[in-house]
Design a binder for this molecule. Sequence first.
Ligand SMILES: [Zn+2]
Length: 300
Amino acid sequence: MELVALTAHAYHLRAGANAGLLVQGGRGLLVDTGLDRDAARRILKHTAGLGVELAAVIVTHAHADHFGGAGEIHRRTGAVVWAPPLEAAIVENPLLEPLYLFAGAQPTAELRGKFILAQPCPVGGLLDPGPMAIAGFELEIIPMPGHAHNQMIVGWPAEGVCFAADAFFPPEVLDKHGIPFYVDVDQALASLEALARLPYRLFAQGHGDAYTAEALPEAVAVNAQRIRRVRELTLAALERPCTDAEALAYVADALGLAIVQPAIYYLARTTVHACLNSLRQAGQAELALEGNRLLWRSLA
Ligand SMILES: [Zn+2]
């Protein structure tokens, strides 16, 4: 894990899943915690190196790679953990993540790895959109739903830095995932528009190097294009009425993907479900049962 200074008081802790660190008068506020105990220990090594005492932790959204280290950090430092409503329920009950991916049934072993099933952590406070003072830090809590149901990101106006979590992904991360994870593609597109209008100088997101305000619009456009492409391909799949699984195979084939891990399959399936519901709400698709198969068909 690499410590990158963004400004005099704001840091990006760069790893597979990044964290953000705000420092003020020897006290620190952490935004997201990395994947697991190891990530937590590396973060605490950096805070110790800076002579910073962690006062609070904000979890932006309840995906294991963003809050898996929270329990360890809370246990070692006593820092209060804050999370958005709904996401907080998952941080405290991490089984909910594999549970929703597996349609509510007891999750299969493939969905119990640490990238999906994190260690639990007690949440001491709920985030509220708008200006919010946490542990003496004057923050702006900004709703960014779409990638997660109630993702909220963190602006620090005093330093001109926005910790943007998974509100957008760098192009290389989009390409790695092919079908990035979304629970609501319409909300995700609206969130991207809102992100592009934020008045910050630096955007330190959950994966990849931070973006300047000048570089952000292009990344936002690439993210919106990918979401629209997956939605269009889902619609194209429905020209011949098909099941959700067939629609997913169509989209993955069209994007030239080879999904080899069941966990990745289930993540992609959620994105296709998000597209199916978006199409249905827009009057472009309908669903009907036929011979015990739930078939989606295009109305476009
Ligand atoms: Zn995420």
